[in-house]
Design a protein around this ligand. Sequence first.
Ligand SMILES: [Zn+2]
Length: 495
Amino acid sequence: MFLKTDNQFLTTANIDQLISAEIPSDEDTIGQELCGIVQSTLVHSHCAGGNHQAPCMQGLNLLTATVCRTGYPRQFQEETTIHKDGYTSYRRRDSGQTVTVTVRGSGGRQVMTVIDNRRVVPYSPYLSLRYKAHINVEVCGSIKAVKYIHQYIYKGGDCATLMLDSEHDEIKRYLHGHYIGPTEAVWQLLEFSTHQEQPPVMHLALYLPGEQPVYFSEQESPEALQQQMDNSVTTLLAYFKYNSEHLDGREYLYHEFPVHYVYYTKEKPARWKSRQQGRSIGRMDLVNPFMGEGYYLRLLLTVVRCTQSLDYLRTVDGVVHATFKAACVALRLLEDDGEWVALFNAGREFMTGRALRQLFALALQHTTITNPLFIWQGFGESFRDDLQRLLVTGSVIPPAGGEGREVVLHLDYGLYHIQKLLSEYGRSVVEFGLPQLVLDWQEEGAVGVRGNGVMEEELSYDLERERELADSMRRQLNEEQVSCFNDIVAAVEHE
Ligand SMILES: [Zn+2]
């Protein structure tokens, strides 16, 4: 659910009205009721009694095992604050208000513990009173939430890694088990939708002149094929055509077009026509600068209005330039790494850290970024967004040597990943003016693989045995299966 701007929680006063992370005052009956609900469902108390077996205390590496994974108890604070990254720290005043709960202490014995505002899970007083249940409510206001939410939608069902004790259990061979709980199973069986997107996003084609796809079957006659080609319109060509025939659309950029027009495909060739109802937004594929002219074409489409043809796009001050790039230069669009800043800005909203690092390394290698350090400092956080977790969870153990030196681990580890990509071309980060690596992360690769059972298994095949097994199974194939098998293997090997 995305809220309209005037309904968003943009100020701390808004947030305090709707969300609380404090024990309510029990002066009136409603307060007493809410207080009871908070006490029984909304305090993080598993780890309050010194129980190191609590679920939130496990799975961390030895150095930090005494800290709650979810960060409780939090600090007292007088005011709610919204951080630059969009996260919110809720008001938890040191008011002396407490509740007493029974928890497991060290050794698993039941103990009574006094809980204050530092252990209250943020909640909505309204929802908690209405449903009398544990409902954790928090503000997700940053643009990062969009990336996060969409990654969840598309990441597929939950996966669990199973480990059973018995050596002879067949199930143990299935290291990866796919688990779907009963509620999700029913939901999927009844084919209910799992998510909706509103407004619809229209994908806008972006092809260089003459490169748009034309679909035809092998039996097509030359005349029919010619007709197919004449009718092969893309949203882009149709956009030019509309603007060359009409005046009303010329004020809109290509990606703004779907807001005001619909792409009508019932007749051939397809065309844009004025929108009567509904709304939609348009998005062009992200093209990176290595793709040459395609990139500059896209760049021009985002700034040049009244566009009626590709030639028109290439024309600046009456001069028709030979390439889109030359037109971009003439329009002064390519100064100060602006293209890279724009690219990484767009990319960080939906690309993973790994993909961004690859893009950055490629960019360093093949193009001219004037100031790589500026990009690294400006976008480094996004370049490393998958690495910090590896370090925090202990999946990657940092090498020795950082003691006594000021080293930010995830920063250095991120740099190491860039270095690894560059070294494939025999280059190094220092050549590009990036900081020097502090630690020797070479060892890390080995640790990572050794710690990963699935990887280990993939790397430890007994090739001789596999070959024998393949031969014996191949002998069991029937004639048709043999023919399929040969075709597939030939295709794979040919590739
Ligand atoms: Zn805890």
